[in-house]
Design a protein. Structure first.
Length: 116
């Protein structure tokens, strides 16, 4: 069973500089537009091919996606468990919940053209 984490607990872990890897499983474009500080981007469809190069199997890994209705973070957490990762958590609320908590986001500094 995948463990879940609340935004408050995640924020506390960040403030205490706890050792974990926060993984945004959304698209690179979404990650570029905005993401939770300190997170890395491994899109869900690239988990299997990229994770072993980026994250040690014994690391604490926390996955997140867009919101409570998005199942990519849950699917990614399950995939990581299947790949042998032992300490996997899911931040179910994702970006939307983080924003609702008025916590900071990293946003793109690139100006986007209208319609992009």
């Amino acid at each position: 069973m995948i463990k879940t984490i609340s935004r408050e607990r995640l924020r506390d872990m960040m403030e205490r500089n706890e050792d974990f890897v926060l993984v945004d499983v959304l698209s690179p474009d979404s990650f570029e537009a905005e993401h939770i500080p300190g997170s890395i981007n491994i899109p869900f469809d690239e988990i299997e091919s990229r994770v072993k190069k980026l994250i040690n199997r014994n690391d604490k890994v926390i996955t997140y996606c867009a919101n409570f209705h998005c199942d990519l973070s849950s699917n990614a957490a399950q995939k990581l468990t299947e790949l042998g990762y032992k300490n996997v958590w899911e931040y179910e609320g994702g970006l939307q919940d983080w924003k609702e908590g008025s916590y900071p986001l990293v946003k793109s500094t690139r100006a986007k053209a209208v319609g992009e």
